[in-house]
Design a protein around this ligand. Structure first.
Ligand SMILES: Cc1cc2nc3c(=O)[nH]c(=O)nc-3n(C[C@H](O)[C@H](O)[C@H](O)COP(=O)(O)OP(=O)(O)OC[C@H]3O[C@@H](n4cnc5c(N)ncnc54)[C@H](O)[C@@H]3O)c2cc1C
Length: 389
């Protein structure tokens, strides 16, 4: 790259990670070209948790989620038995208060809009499917499915779970599928057992249900159920089978399913990948699910993508040796994301337990583990690393 010229970064993928990266890179004065395979930017009609660490990361980018209009800060986070008896409350609200950043639940479309607002009309090239890249003497060239190409100084693969950029760096690899399905939806519901700002996770036998207030009379819910990996991948059982799977569960769980239109329910298999130690080569790196896809138990896939974006922009800001700046970014992110992938798997294993005795031991552990332990474990996840002393 010529001295004094602003670097040009190609971002592949306009998901949560790619959009946040584009905002962060523009904020440090880097030119960004965003290429997205989809013909239009249409997020899934569901929701997600953006935990304190990610809210802090977004704060450094001047992104305000406008919770008065868009989502809901978490007031209480509780584990319960399948029929609604409390097991334990997690101190997420207290930790968020101490960090000055609440954990929030928000519709995916609303989060996407908050990111697009901050991009301020910056163009996104839609219908542009990247097929691969090639390093050149002065940067990198990407190829598109229609035969076109684009040149940049740096390439960020933010192209999600099935990333072609990752495949070119690391080779093909089969996903890890623990063998359960996730159903999710947003529905209109107010229920006396779900107070404002409440997050309830109900634990059954090889089956869970999350019921989450996202404000404005809406809930986000998700359910999981153990089954063979192939069955989870191809699940097409319909709303009636989901309702039957939750017969006998807490009233608010059954009510959430009952008021949800069948066509609003999305089904996805649980899956992640073995942690990848090498995210990049030369002027190319990965971010978000392309780098470190994780199971959903910690609610941190998008959150860690946001952290990546801020750290990446910080590493590239003012750098003259761009490949070296990318290696610095990767080394700053590796330990934390490796821990998130591992902890999500461990948590998922104990949350999907099916046999009665291990479930009783798990519930007893969560009932009696000292509050200070729960606080410490959650605080390290919820603290945005750049804000650590
Ligand atoms: C059931 C479920 C619940 C979840 N809940 C939470 C939660 O509560 N909190 C949380 O933080 N995370 C959660 N996650 C994880 C979160 O959704 C992901 O980690 C996050 O969306 C990853 O963002 P990304 O930008 O890296 O990838 P993606 O969102 O997958 O975006 C990748 C983008 O790249 C585009 N693309 C792909 N290939 C190409 C190509 N060849 N050329 C051009 N463009 C391409 C895609 O079209 C897409 O727009 C959940 C995930 C699931 C499945």
């Amino acid at each position: 790259m010529r001295r004094g010229r602003r670097p040009r970064v190609i971002v592949v993928g306009a998901g949560i990670g790619g959009l946040t990266a584009a905002v962060a890179l523009r904020q440090v004065g880097i030119d960004v070209a965003i290429y997205e395979r989809a013909a239009e930017l249409r997020p899934a009609g569901t929701a997600l948790s953006i935990m304190s660490n990610a809210v802090s990361a977004l704060g450094t980018l001047g992104i305000d989620l406008h919770l008065d209009k868009r989502g809901r800060a978490i007031e209480t986070f509780q584990f319960l038995t399948h029929d609604g008896r409390p097991i334990r409350t997690l101190p997420l609200k207290e930790i968020g208060d101490r960090l000055g950043a609440p954990s929030v639940n928000i519709g995916r479309a609303e989060l996407q809009q908050a990111l697009l607002d901050r991009l301020d009309g910056h163009p996104i090239e839609l219908g542009a499917t990247v097929t691969g890249f090639e390093a050149t003497p002065d940067g990198v060239r990407v190829g598109f499915a229609d035969g076109g190409e684009a040149h940049g100084d740096v390439l960020i693969g933010a192209d999600g779970f099935h990333s072609v950029i990752r495949r070119q760096i690391a080779g093909p690899a089969r996903p890890h599928e623990p063998g359960y399905v996730c159903w999710l939806a947003v529905a209109p519901l107010r229920h006396e057992r779900l107070p404002d700002g409440a997050v309830h996770h109900y634990w059954g036998a090889g089956q869970r249900f999350g019921l989450i207030d996202i404000g404005h009379g809406r809930v986000y819910w998700w359910g999981t159920k153990n089954m063979r990996a192939a069955a989870a991948r191809d699940w097409c059982g319909g709303k009636d089978r989901i309702a039957r799977a939750y017969a006998g569960w807490a009233d608010e769980v059954r009510e959430a399913i009952r008021v949800t239109p069948a066509e609003a329910i999305v089904s996805v298999p649980a899956r992640d990948r073995p942690f990848l130690e090498k995210w990049g080569t030369g002027p190319v790196t990965l971010l978000g699910d392309a780098a470190h896809p994780m199971l959903t138990s910690l609610g941190q896939g998008a959150g860690t993508a946001m952290e990546d974006a801020v750290v990446l922009a910080g590493s590239l800001a003012g750098a003259t040796d761009l490949p070296q700046a990318l290696r610095t970014y990767e080394s700053r992110r590796r330990a934390r994301t490796r821990r998130m992938v591992r902890t999500s798997r461990q948590l998922s294993l104990i949350e999907q337990l099916e046999s009665p005795l291990p479930r009783r031991l798990r519930d007893a552990y969560f009932r009696w583990v000292p509050a200070s332990v729960l606080y410490r474990q959650n605080e390290s996840v919820l603290t945005y690393p750049a804000a650590m002393p």
